[in-house]
Design a protein around this ligand. Structure first.
Ligand SMILES: [Cu+2]
Length: 239
C-alpha cells in the first residue's frame, strides 16, 4: 500500500508539486529580499547569488559524486550570501532608511513633450522646438494627472541663474499679474535641466509662470487645456 502511494501519487504528482512550490517560495523570498534592500545591496546580492549558483552547478556537474563534507561546504557557501542579504533587508544587520529601500524608490517622473520650457537669457522664456527656442509669453500644456503636474525646465543660459515657478493668475491674459504661489521651481545656477512635480496637479485653466530671479521680464501665462477626448469619443458613436 505504501509503495503504491509512493509510486502513483508521491513520485509523479506530489514531489514535482513540492519542488515547484519550493522554487516559487525561494523566488518570492529572494524578490522580497531585493525589494527591501538598497539599490547597491540588491545589485551586489544578485551578482554574488548568481556567481554562487553557477559555481555550485559547475562543480556538481564536473564530479560524479561529492562527499557529504564538500556538499555541506557548498551548501553553506551558497546559503551565506542569501542569509546575509535577508538579514540586511529585514533590518537585522546594517541600517537602511525606509526611503532607500528599492520598494519605496519612485521611478523618475517624465515630462510630456508639451510641458517643456527653457531660458536662454533674462528677458523671456522660450519654447524649445527643433533645436531652436522660440521666445514666448504663452505656454499651452494638456491637462495631466489630478495628483501631479510634471514639467521640465531647461536653463540654456550660462550667464544667469533661472527657475520656472507657477502661480495663480490674477487679472487676465492681456494683463497677467502674479497671484499666490502654487509651485516654486528649483533654481538652476548653470546650464542644465530639472523636472518639476506640482502636487496636486493643475486643473484646466490659466496660470501665471515666472522666473523668480527675473520676475519683471521673464513671465507669461500657462494655459492647461482640457483634452476633452472622452466627450468627443461619446459623440462619435454610431447612435
Ligand atoms: Cu531668469
Amino acid at each position: 500500500m505504501q509503495t503504491d502511494f509512493r509510486n502513483r501519487v508521491f513520485l509523479p504528482v506530489l514531489l514535482p508539486l513540492l519542488i515547484l512550490l519550493g522554487m516559487a517560495a525561494f523566488i518570492g523570498v529572494f524578490a522580497l529580499t531585493l525589494l527591501y534592500s538598497t539599490h547597491e545591496a540588491s545589485l551586489m546580492l544578485a551578482a554574488v547569488a548568481a556567481g554562487g549558483i553557477l559555481f555550485v552547478i559547475s562543480l556538481a556537474a564536473s564530479q560524479d559524486k561529492l562527499d557529504p563534507v564538500r556538499r555541506g561546504v557548498l551548501g553553506v557557501a551558497v546559503l551565506v550570501p542569501f542569509l546575509i542579504g535577508g538579514a540586511y533587508a529585514a533590518g537585522l544587520i546594517g541600517d537602511i532608511g525606509d526611503e532607500e529601500r528599492m520598494i519605496n524608490v519612485e521611478p523618475p517622473a517624465e515630462a510630456p513633450e508639451d510641458a517643456i520650457l527653457a531660458a536662454e537669457n533674462d528677458q523671456e522664456f522660450c519654447l524649445p522646438s527643433n533645436g531652436d527656442c522660440e521666445p514666448t509669453e504663452f505656454w499651452s500644456v494638456a491637462a495631466q494627472d489630478e495628483a501631479q503636474f510634471i514639467y521640465l525646465f531647461e536653463n540654456r543660459d550660462d550667464a544667469a541663474p533661472h527657475n520656472l515657478s507657477i502661480r495663480e493668475l490674477e487679472g487676465d491674459r492681456d494683463d497677467p499679474q502674479p497671484g499666490e504661489v502654487i509651485h516654486e521651481g528649483e533654481l538652476l545656477t548653470s546650464v542644465g535641466e530639472v523636472t518639476e512635480n506640482v502636487e496636486p496637479g493643475l486643473e484646466p485653466g490659466d496660470y501665471y509662470f515666472v522666473c523668480d530671479v527675473h520676475a519683471s521680464t521673464m513671465t507669461g501665462v500657462l494655459e492647461v487645456t482640457d483634452n476633452g477626448g472622452e466627450d468627443n469619443g461619446d459623440d462619435a458613436g454610431e447612435a
